[in-house]
Design a binder for this molecule. Structure first.
Ligand SMILES: O=C[C@H](O)COP(=O)(O)O
Length: 241
């Protein structure tokens, strides 16, 4: 059974005070959300602790945006899995294209982070996706297969979420056609050993396109950036029809 997972990636947005203000608008709107939908918020590290307290007893799960592969050490600027699990974090985004593009993330370090997350009971959300140039060159399929093959070496597919995020659709308003996202996600599924892995779409998901995206049979949820920052918009996404 594939779980529906709707995750908000706040990236480098929201102070603690702003995160509390978000919750006061967002949480009351979850009363109508079907119980089988998993709702996840992935804030900056500095918000995790305060959100963990505020979300205690709510149905919203907490996610981080990165995790290192050793449990402690001299790795300035990194965060370790036990530091996340100690405060109630359940999910972690790994291999987001912004990490790959700006911070030197590779398929090999993605693989290390995935295994470390799972060793501590975190559920990783592995991001894959192609650039515009790669798409135009007809390399979408081969790139994604390569990212999966290298990233998933010795990774447990029973505790894993994958997000298909075409890079050209992130933050651009240029959403991938729902049918095309469905096709690529079907390709991703064909590469997996476990058919029950939930696979999300990410890239300019908005209140006005969520219903069409979630109507696609291969799409099990969404990873939302900009539209997850605003309580009413994210509530509409979580409460898709
Ligand atoms: O992690 C989320 C994605 O990068 C999508 O961001 P976006 O919804 O702002 O396009």
């Amino acid at each position: 059974m594939r779980k529906i997972v709707i995750a908000g990636n706040w990236k480098m947005f929201k102070t603690q005070a702003e995160s509390q203000e978000f919750l006061s608008g967002f949480l009351p709107q979850l009363e109508e959300t079907p119980s089988e939908r998993e709702v996840v918020i992935c804030p900056p590290f500095t918000d995790l602790s305060v959100l963990s307290k505020s979300l205690h007893g709510s149905r919203v799960q907490l996610g981080a945006q990165n995790v290192h592969w050793v449990e402690n050490g001299a790795y300035t600027g990194e965060i370790a899995a036990p530091m996340l699990t100690e405060i109630g974090v359940r999910y972690v985004i790994i291999g987001h294209s912004e990490r790959r593009q700006y911070f030197g993330e590779t398929d090999e370090t993605v693989n290390l982070r995935l295994k470390a997350a799972q060793n501590y009971g975190l559920t990783p959300i592995l991001c894959v996706g192609e650039t515009k140039q790669q798409r135009d060159a007809g390399e979408t399929e081969s790139l994604i297969i390569s990212q999966l093959q290298k990233g998933l070496v010795d990774v447990d597919q029973t505790n894993l979420v994958i997000a298909y995020e075409p890079i050209w659709a992130i933050g651009t308003g240029d959403t991938c056609e729902a049918a095309e996202a469905n096709r690529v996600i079907g390709l991703i599924r064909s590469q997996l050993q476990n058919p029950h892995v939930s696979i999300q779409y990410g890239g300019s998901v908005k209140p006005n396109n969520i219903d069409e995206i979630m109507a696609q049979p291969e799409i099990d949820g969404v990873l939302v950036g900009g539209a997850s920052l605003e309580p009413d918009g994210f509530a509409r996404i979580v409460n898709f029809r």
